[in-house]
Design a binder for this molecule. Structure first.
Ligand SMILES: *Cc1c(COP(=O)(O)O)cnc(C)c1O
Length: 375
């Protein structure tokens, strides 16, 4: 039988490849029959969510359960209030997403369609070209510079069809970040009618105040949208929650394309508490920072080149094909990320885990280096 209806697929959808998530831990461990396995593949917070959020979950289990038949608050009133207080932005500047990936889609749907273009960077986050293509617009890949976004080139690539530029700082999977000065310069040199989506999923992990890009930048640049996520430092990846801040007129439109109940009740309730748990955030950042230092020292000692990272992960040159290297670590019980699909054919990305997880990873890394030098 011929599925003739498939001939009517959007041209953009025809060109899509499914996003490949990190391997699931339990299933992979069972399949390989390994006694121990750790997952350092998806930049999750190894400490888990805020204990205060977990207390709320446990303490309110009954009331949450009795409300499962109710729709969530479609306006996310309380969460927006909490974001508004914490970051000194107006609630009407905020758009809530089902994960911050949702927000990438809102912007794409609002500004892109067939015949339009959007720019993203080589070695950039995989979701941008996916969201761009789905609208029928053309994704334009800007060549990276020192593994990071080449902001000057991104401006040079703009033509009359270009409507949106996607930037991640820190960027995943390279970990590179832009300073406030660099972003400011970029915005000053960019035509006003181009929308900039600045993705700050790893914001909490950034160390160094020159990389702190505040929401107040939107006051001078109404074409700027800044997104944040609850999936990384806040440790709530499973609940799917993110938000963006923009000028109110734009957030009004973003909220029009948003499905009314895109963020669920648990996410709204736990997200609000996680946001206020500065103690847990600081602890997460501290563990990340010491784990990062250890890994970088080991890379240096074992002579692996790595890319300086501002996130909770680091990418290194495995000195052979990424997929082969990935398989080596997998069979020794460490799930990493091969960066072949990111045009980094010898790089692996490792998320910074707990101290114990890093012990295990570093042991396997040593073995890997020994086996490699025997070849
Ligand atoms: C992990 C990540 C996100 C977060 O996506 P969520 O939908 O919030 O889970 C967004 N952008 C980048 C660059 C990321 O690495």
């Amino acid at each position: 039988m011929k599925n003739s209806f498939l001939e009517n697929l959007n041209q953009g959808v025809l060109g899509l490849k499914p996003y490949e998530p990190g391997l699931p831990l339990e299933h992979t461990q069972k399949k390989l029959g390994l006694e121990k396995m750790i997952k350092l593949a998806s930049n999750e917070n190894p400490l888990g969510p805020s204990p205060k959020a977990l207390d709320l979950l446990q303490g309110k289990m009954n009331s949450f359960s009795s409300e499962l038949n109710r729709y969530p608050d479609g306006n996310a009133y309380e969460l927006k209030e909490a974001i508004s207080k914490k970051y000194c932005v107006d609630p009407n500047q905020i758009t809530i997403g089902n994960g911050s990936n949702d927000l990438i889609e809102f912007v794409s749907r609002c500004f892109l369609r067939e015949g339009k273009k959007a720019i993203y960077s080589q070695h950039g986050f995989a979701i941008y070209p996916l969201a761009i293509k789905a609208t029928g617009a053309l994704p334009v890949k800007s060549k990276a510079k020192n593994w990071g976004h080449d902001l000057e080139l991104m401006i040079d690539l703009i033509d009359e069809k270009t409507k949106v530029v996607f930037i991640a700082s820190p960027n995943n999977p390279t970990g590179t970040a832009k300073t406030l000065l660099e972003i400011n310069d970029f915005l000053d040199n960019l035509p006003d009618d181009i929308l900039v989506f600045l993705d700050q999923a790893y914001y909490e992990y950034i160390e160094g105040s020159e990389f702190d890009i505040p929401f107040s930048l939107i006051d001078d640049h109404p074409n700027l949208v800044i997104s944040r996520s609850f999936s990384k430092a806040h440790g709530l990846a499973a609940l799917r929650l993110g938000f963006c801040v923009s000028n109110p007129e734009l957030s009004d439109y973003l909220n029009r394309v948003r499905q009314p109940f895109n963020a669920n009740s648990l996410a709204l309730n736990l997200g609000k508490v996680a946001l206020s748990d500065q103690e847990h955030i600081s602890k997460s950042v501290k563990i990340n920072s010491s784990g990062m230092d250890r890994v970088k020292k080991a890379f240096t000692n074992l002579d692996f080149n790595y890319i300086e990272s501002w996130g909770n992960f680091i990418s290194f040159d495995a000195k052979q094909d990424s997929d082969v290297a990935f398989q080596y670590f997998l069979e020794k019980g460490v799930i990493l990320r091969s960066l072949k699909v990111y045009e980094m054919p010898q790089h692996l990305r490792v998320s910074i885990g707990t101290e114990e997880e890093m012990d295990f990873f570093l042991q396997v890394l040593e073995d890997y280096e020994k086996d490699l030098s025997k070849k």
